[in-house]
Design a protein around this ligand. Structure first.
Ligand code: BGC
Length: 740
């Protein structure tokens, strides 16, 4: 005990003295800085637009020389960043190094599945690994800072940026946020293979009205605190160094000018000490929002609200000095912003050596290392979700006489790495599904037809596709969205598979009424597959699976890897159900199970309330059976915990992973509570025939929420509990929280 105490005291002393040390250094540096030089640190500008030389353009070179730039985005490569850094270090009065930031979102060179796909692995170690590899590759190219992770909870598949997040659930988003941050930042930021992470987009960006990007968000503070803020707090708990303020307005106040969320919550309540960068011109956009009169006003509002760095807007560079002189912005805010930015540079070790990320040898050998590709293949397979497998259509047999691979994405090496694919190569580096299946089949077993394009309304390839399908023993369709259809500014009102692809699916089924048909689907959002579920036997959701996506898909198709991914977002039956998510409220008129269509109940007259595929759903080539849920006690107190355990058996004929999920329902609250909430999960491996006892420990911490007075706490009473393979289950067990 004594030893442990001494150890903790030692660690605290040293970590404190390290950061105090930086602070002292920053303070003494800042004593030398003029107001305009401090403002210069708050300016971020682009590294590769308007360029005249390799990276140094007339504009950015000038701003750096004048001491009017603290950070750059989109500048990379060892040579490019070194050239720019050299100007900052050698040609400015104080030689303060620049920070180089870039969107490294789901991989840098080696691309992993899009983030929504990564979340479907429910595998925190894998997610951390993916961001660790991304950090290795990005930092080797001179990058210090990634604008990731995006941890916007989103429940609207119309919103294209749902692809960049971890889905609809708060608990899962929290855990995944921590994993990304750990992977990017590593254990020691002063190591040159780590990058600063950035929690974005703060906040509630994922709740854009009607799923339209950049649109208004409106919600009560309870919803904000219970659903949209927690992943950001989790990122802070994991040590995230930076935040990005978002584009959207929240309850009438743009989030890049929102004192309540930025200063009151983030900087005061949560005591966040890192830096806040605006999203791309989001400070300026307060003019269009109708919140700032002009760019001077926008600069004033942004800085006063707590945005430390202006990405691309030039409003801080141009106006802050005057605003301070006119007492419209306090100099203390500029000092605070500058200090946060300089602290980040100290933590990265840039004051010890501004060129520590400029190692040519490392740059050459880091990208696409074979172990990175191996990881990417495993992670892509773990991220795919087997949505349906009628008639055991999958796995395919390696000895099939012929398999027809049909669709615009069979040979694709371009869309497969998805949106926000950083420096991922779209010209031949990625493994297509065609290449992947060629590892398993001989050329004469493979038939191929493209059939159609993703988007063009051209059916001229149908005839050949149908002919090819008729020749085959089995059929695999590889279809989906174009990668531009998700990500930023890619909202859709129609969630169907785009173009004439659905028509081709119908035609192929008509021509082959008795053959097994599998649909491999690549997409960046939940799609409406209501028709396809009846036309094909199996559906394998691979998202945009990344550089090794085709190989991973083949591993799953042929059963070399048993699917284990589960949905982190609900798939609706049609767009009219949106937003639909598993943890909705009950309403005062929930539908009776015996008659879901009963009048004057909360239902639709034209469709069921249930989704097509629920949150947590995902099949395997084996079967798992859950039985014998036991609670160690049916009374929980404020000081004890209870164990909930269940027996999970692999009753099928293959070994496999299962994602076991813990759900709780607070039956009565001072504010209404969701019908169920994920509170834990475990990914377990079971050999065929094996049974494991899975235990979750529940404490009052798991039951806390913000009440109507915005007090975070628990309320006594009855809680239902279940351990289940997906969110589709009925509670059969409960415990009571008593005030002891
Ligand atoms: C996006 C951010 C991104 C930034 C920099 C913006 O348009 O909203 O997510 O980090 O650009 O590229």
């Amino acid at each position: 005990m004594r030893l442990r105490f001494l150890y903790i005291a030692f660690i605290c002393f040293f970590s404190q003295s390290f950061s105090q040390n930086y602070e002292a250094k920053v303070d003494s540096l800042m004593r030398l800085m003029t107001l305009q030089e401090k403002i210069g640190q708050t300016v971020m500008y682009s590294g590769h637009w308007d360029q005249t030389g390799p990276f140094v353009s007339t504009d950015n070179g000038k701003y750096i020389r004048e001491g009017n730039m603290g950070a750059m985005l989109n500048a990379m490569s060892v040579k490019g960043t070194r050239d720019l850094q050299k100007i900052a270090v050698e040609e400015t009065r104080l030689g303060i190094p620049l920070l180089f930031g870039y969107d490294v979102i789901h991989g840098h060179r080696t691309i992993f599945p899009i983030n929504l796909g990564l979340s479907a692995s429910w595998d925190l170690q894998m997610i951390e690994k993916s961001s660790r590899i991304a950090a290795e590759e990005a930092s080797a190219e001179g990058i210090h800072w990634t604008f990731a992770p995006m941890i916007d909870v989103s429940r609207d598949p119309r919103w294209g940026r749902i692809s960049e997040g971890a889905g609809e659930d708060v608990f899962l988003n929290n855990e995944i946020a921590k994993a990304y941050v750990k992977g990017f930042q590593g254990d020691d930021l002063s190591q040159p293979n780590t990058v600063l992470a950035c929690a974005k987009h703060y906040v509630a960006y994922g709740a854009a009205q009607a799923g339209r990007d950049y649109h208004t968000t409106n919600m009560g503070e309870g919803e904000l605190r219970n659903v949209y803020l927690p992943p950001f707090k989790a990122a802070i708990d994991a040590g995230v160094e930076t935040f990005m303020s978002a584009f959207n307005e929240l309850n009438g106040v743009p989030t890049s000018g929102n004192k309540f969320t930025l200063r009151d919550i983030l900087k005061d309540e949560w005591n966040f000490k890192g830096l806040v960068v605006s999203d791309y011109t989001s400070i300026n956009e307060m003019i269009q929002h109708g919140f700032a009169a002009d760019s001077i006003d926008a600069a004033r509002i942004g800085m006063n609200a707590g945005v430390d760095m202006d990405m691309m807007g030039h409003v801080y560079r141009l106006h802050l000095k005057k605003l301070v002189e006119e007492n419209k912005v306090s100099e203390a805010f500029i000092n605070d912003a500058c200090k946060r930015i300089l602290m980040a540079k100290f933590k990265l070790g840039l004051f010890d050596d501004p060129y520590r990320y400029s190692d040519e040898e490392r740059e050459i050998k880091t990208a696409y290392q074979s172990e990175f590709l191996t990881e990417a293949r495993e992670i892509a397979a773990a991220s795919s979700v087997l949505l349906q497998n009628k008639n055991d259509a999958l796995p395919l047999s390696k000895t099939s006489k012929t398999i027809a691979f049909i669709g615009p994405l069979v040979k694709d090496e371009y869309n497969i790495i998805g949106n926000w694919a950083a420096k991922g190569d779209r010209d031949g580096k990625a493994v297509s599904v065609f290449e992947g299946v060629s590892e398993y089949l001989k050329p004469k077993q493979i038939l191929y037809a493209k059939g159609c394009d993703i988007l063009k309304a051209d059916t001229s390839g149908f005839e050949e596709a149908i002919r090819v399908s008729k020749q085959a023993t089995e059929i695999v369709l590889v279809m989906g969205e174009d990668y531009h259809m998700s990500g930023e500014a890619a909202s859709r009102t129609d969630l169907k598979i785009p173009g004439v692809q659905p028509e081709l699916i119908k035609k192929i089924r008509e021509a082959n009424p008795n053959k097994k048909i599998t649909l491999v689907i690549m997409n960046g959002r939940p799609l409406n597959l209501s028709e396809e579920v009846n036309l094909v036997d199996a559906i394998l959701e691979v998202w945009f699976p990344g550089t090794m996506g085709g190989a991973a898909t083949a591993d799953l198709l042929f059963g070399e890897v048993n699917p284990s991914g589960k949905l982190t977002v609900t798939f609706p039956r049609n767009v009219g159900q949106v937003p639909i998510y598993y943890n909705m409220k009950n309403t005062g008129r929930p539908i009776p199970e015996s008659n879901p269509k009963e009048d004057y109940k909360s239902n639709y007259i034209d469709i069921e309330n249930t989704p097509l595929f629920a949150f947590g759903h995902g099949l395997s080539y084996t079967k798992f059976n859950y039985s014998d849920l036991k609670l160690s006690s049916n009374k929980l107190t404020f000081s004890n915990t209870i164990d909930a355990q269940v027996e999970v058996s692999n009753t099928g004929s293959k070994d496999g992973y299962e994602i076991v999920q813990l759900y709780i329902h607070d039956k009565v609250g001072s504010v209404t509570r969701p019908v169920k909430e994920l509170k834990g999960f475990q990914k377990i491996y079971l050999k065929k025939g094996e049974t494991k006892t899975v235990t979750f420990t529940v404490s009052v911490e798991d039951l806390k929420f913000y009440n109507s007075d915005m007090v975070y706490g628990v309320e006594t009473g009855e809680f239902e509990i279940a351990i289940a393979p997906s969110s589709e289950f009925k509670f059969e067990s409960s415990f009571t929280l008593i005030d002891q």
